[in-house]
Design a protein around this ligand. Structure first.
Ligand SMILES: C[S@@+](CC[C@H](N)C(=O)[O-])C[C@H]1O[C@@H](n2cnc3c(N)ncnc32)[C@H](O)[C@@H]1O
Length: 219
């Protein structure tokens, strides 16, 4: 049986369109918001950093140093090749393998843009608990999981989490988190939780994605 790491390695190897340098706007806004709150450049850890698209676009006045962990070596090598100023370490690593190869334990912000929701909730929880155990607090944790309102969820009609995904993401597996899943995972660390809904974009329904975005603070 093919594992999810085979899936991602193949994807980055064979689909050059998937290797992009476009950052996600909400990730960029989050990074700038935290930098302005802390009034200094940040140290950032991205989980499932792909081609480094979210980190590389941000100037050194906002991110001074960062680490990206991703199961795909092709993606990490691509990201490293674009890191002209040598600010980042892109390290091939499966997030289900503990401990993580982190020389530095102090990060201001940990990013998860649709990586951890490729795991089921109990494994997401294990990753979050691991980070809380090894990183020096305090740190912000931003997560944008695939949601039960996402356009790619494998069901029609009312949004309902269906678990394992045969839908358009086409990963080995993906999960669609609900608001309750998020409350359960982050409970008392949440400082901001919002739903960005397709209901706001009537003429573009099914092209835009509905997503939960959560900012947690671990003290
Ligand atoms: C949907 S992509 C998101 C990439 C990037 N965060 C972005 O915003 O463009 C999911 C990423 O998670 C990585 N990934 C999937 N499972 C992983 C695992 N178990 N450990 C580490 N990375 C993983 C994939 O290789 C892929 O780069």
């Amino acid at each position: 049986m093919k594992s999810s790491s085979d899936f991602w390695e193949n994807k980055y190897e064979n689909d050059s369109n998937y290797r992009n340098l476009f950052p996600y706007d909400h990730v960029v806004s989050t990074v700038y918001t935290i930098a302005s709150k802390l009034k200094r450049p940040l140290k950032v850890l991205e989980l499932g950093s792909g081609c480094g698209n979210n980190l590389l676009s941000i100037p050194s006045s906002i991110i001074s140093y960062g680490v990206g962990l991703d199961v795909s070596k092709v993606a990490c090598d691509f990201a490293s090749s674009k890191d002209i100023a040598n600010r980042f370490y892109f390290i091939p690593h499966n997030l289900l393998s503990f401990p993580y190869p982190l020389a530095d334990k102090k990060f201001d912000l940990v990013l998860d843009r649709s990586c951890l929701s490729l795991l089921d909730k109990s494994r997401f929880k294990t990753v979050f608990e691991h980070l809380k155990g090894v990183l020096d607090p305090p740190f912000y944790f931003y997560s944008n999981p695939y949601s039960d309102l996402h356009s790619s969820r494998p069901c029609e009609g009312l949004p309902i989490s269906k678990g394992s995904n045969p839908g358009v993401i086409n990963a080995a597996e993906a999960f669609y988190y609900s608001r309750n899943d998020i409350l359960d995972l982050f409970s008392n660390t949440i400082v901001d939780l919002r739903l960005c809904s397709i209901d706001n974009f009537t003429h573009a329904q099914r092209l835009l994605e509905s997503e939960w975005r959560v900012l947690a603070y671990v003290k």
